[in-house]
Design a protein around this ligand. Structure first.
Ligand SMILES: *Cc1c(COP(=O)(O)O)cnc(C)c1O
Length: 416
């Protein structure tokens, strides 16, 4: 928690008191630190400096335009998974030749746009996609750069919902089929084989699964050489996990050492697609206690942020630290379930938390920079939260709180 401190019993984030930000922008509001974002990016960039590398920020973790712009200015490329994300990258002036396009269901329209702007690579997830790409590239008179997303079948030892590299998973092409599919790709006229790709899962707290996946890709690389297929890059997918509570994820430097050791002597550019580890601990969600509700078995702190704002606890039983923004030494601490306003029993932000709080107090839900706002919804017709960026000692609104007019407009215009 190096970006946090306490001053006069107020929680300070990257130099600014959070109660002030809550008063100024309202709640719920996501707050990010530009310094933390930049330092997280720099950790990767410096750790991999000894090898030819490109860090493509996986923007599904947090695709706010101001954050994308910040990363682009640091030299990042982007990993996108939809035409919408491509439009976001283009909106901040990202270089198309630093964009890699992942995703299992790329539509004709999305592929056309990506070919027209000239993305660096399509990470192809099925043979059917390979054929579609070849056909569209042919129609447009383009050569589509591709890599196959290979499923190395290694267990990432993470939550099943965020593990993606196992056999029975919708993602990627089975390792056993990869060599054959590469040969097929090399026979298709409108494709150019650029590299190989994998993404085995998210929130990995060990290095070994990455090493196992890399070993399998390097083995495939050697086999493809025998077939006369030369890869230019190797994309190892998402980054390391982060600390939410007591996890001990590897340092980026240790991860980099392990990967670079294995890559030594290989004529391959390394591409990485970190998401969570670039933004997760650079952001938090501010929320206010609407009601304290003592119960027979449990006490509830009912707050103004819910699962529609931050779904990770409801979806993955994920843990986020929850801390009062102003500490109150005279208030007795009680054990609370911190729950939201949404009409679902799964609408909680944290369970069994010992907190000294009153109605009206503001709380910070920590480590909420990744897969927070991007996974938010309008369930219960709740407007999406505002987003604020702290930069050079000042807080700036980077996404306005959604208005009720915006929420209703697509239907209102069509009322009969
Ligand atoms: C989600 C995703 C990532 C990012 O993973 P993190 O664990 O957030 O670093 C990278 N690549 C692909 C293809 C993804 O789907």
């Amino acid at each position: 928690m190096t970006y946090f401190s306490m001053e006069d019993q107020r929680l300070i984030f990257d130099g600014l008191p959070l109660d002030q930000i809550a008063d100024r922008f309202g709640t719920p509001t996501y707050v990010y630190s530009a310094k933390a974002l930049k330092e997280a990016f720099r950790a990767y960039d410096q750790a991999f400096a000894p090898v030819d590398h490109l860090i493509c920020y996986a923007m599904k973790a947090n695709s706010n335009l101001s954050i994308l712009k910040l990363f682009a200015e640091q030299g990042a490329g982007f990993d996108i998974v939809s035409g919408g994300e491509l439009r976001r990258a283009l909106a901040v002036g990202a270089a198309p030749d630093k964009i890699v396009f992942s995703g299992v269901a790329k539509s004709v329209e999305e592929i056309k746009l990506a070919l027209e702007v000239g993305v660096r690579c399509f990470n192809v997830e099925s043979e059917a996609e390979l054929e579609r790409l070849d056909e569209i590239a042919g129609q447009l008179g383009k050569l589509a750069p591709i890599s196959l997303r290979v499923n190395p079948d290694v267990d990432p030892k993470t939550h099943p919902y965020i593990s993606t590299g196992l056999k029975d998973n919708k993602f990627g092409i089975a390792y056993a089929d990869a060599r054959r599919v590469y040969r097929k790709a090399s026979g298709l006229q409108n494709l150019r084989i650029a590299g190989v790709d994998c993404h085995i899962g998210s929130q990995l707290t060990e290095i070994a699964p990455f090493e196992d996946a890399l070993a399998r890709l390097l083995n495939l690389h050697a086999e493809l050489k025998e077939d006369g297929i030369q890869l230019h890059h190797l994309d190892l997918g998402g980054g390391v996990g982060i600390r939410y509570s007591d996890e001990e994820p590897p340092a980026v430097s240790a991860y980099a050492e392990a990967i670079m050791t294995q890559l030594r002597g290989m004529d391959l550019q390394l591409v990485l697609e970190p998401g969570r580890s670039l933004v997760g601990n650079a952001g938090l969600l501010l929320t206010r206690v609407e009601y304290i509700k003592p119960g027979e078995a449990k006490n509830f702190a009912i707050v103004d942020a819910g699962m529609n704002d931050l779904i990770r606890p409801a979806l993955y039983e994920a843990w986020h630290d929850i801390v009062p923004v102003c500490s109150q030494p005279d208030t007795p601490a009680r054990v609370y379930d911190v729950v939201g306003p949404v009409c679902e029993s799964s609408d909680f932000l944290g369970k069994d938390r010992t907190l000294a709080i009153h109605q009206g107090d503001c709380l910070a839900v920590l480590s909420a920079g990744a897969y927070g706002q991007t996974m938010s919804s309008n369930y219960n017709t709740r407007p999406r939260a505002a987003e604020v960026l702290i930069e050079a000692g000042a807080a700036r609104l980077i996404r306005s709180r959604e208005s009720y007019e915006q929420l209703l407009e697509n239907e209102k215009a069509l009322l009969s």
